[in-house]
Design a protein around this ligand. Sequence first.
Ligand code: C5P
Length: 273
Amino acid sequence: MLSLFSPAKINVFLKVVGRRPDGFHDLASLFQTVDLKDTLHLAFAEQDEMTSTCRTLPRDHSNLIFKAADLFRKKSGRQFGLHVHLVKRIPQQAGLGGGSSNAATTLWGINQLLGKPYSVEELIEWSAEIGSDVPFFFSQGTAYCTGRGELLRAIEPLISQKVWIVKPDKGLSTPEVFGNVVFDELPLRDPENTLENILKGKMECFNDLESSALRLFPELVDIKHRLSEGHSHVSMTGSGSAFFCLGGPMPHKIPHTRIYPAAFINRPADAWY
Ligand code: C5P
């Protein structure tokens, strides 16, 4: 039995560059892992089976954990069943990448259980088939991601920050948020410039998906406003509906939201989180 943490991520900034002919969007985004984590207990078994602390999560092959196991079998030609026990802490429909992280952790874990026959580069290449932000989790926790999110440029760990993640009870659907982006209303920003500023110590947070999310879920306007009163760096993560506040004291409780305290984390080159 192998037990691995599966961390959430935030998008420190997220620029939507354009809509692509394949229906996806090109992005330029600084991704960062945080220590809000699920735990996966993995072992080979007669057949695929899953238990979980989360009652609402599918336990069949629509779960990204089994999509990852299926992909590993397809790419490697190996046959195995996988028993998974998932301790779920990362909220869903939040933009925190919980499902993608679980998929990356499963690929890493199966490779470990088999004695590491495949390189991290191979796992990265395979993992983009599962979802756009699965490859990111094979970085060491800080990466500038482009393309549909699957092209990684490793970035040195940022100065450690306390992060307050604020998740409204209502979640948002990723395709819906991407589908509602109005390009004319997005501010002109150079993401390489933002990255450079952050690396020089001048933090900047923004998310081009925010205006779309606010239109779909107008209560988010008030949530963002209230959080911004107490914190200078407040932004939505991914396609929402969660926001994060960097540093500062714990935000005041807002009705119909839950606060998750977290911090930036990075993994060593040769170990998981
Ligand atoms: O890649 P993933 O399966 O996570 O994407 C889910 C959906 O989010 C896609 O079907 C697409 O509608 C949207 N998406 C997008 N552009 C991206 C990533 C996701 O339009 N870069």
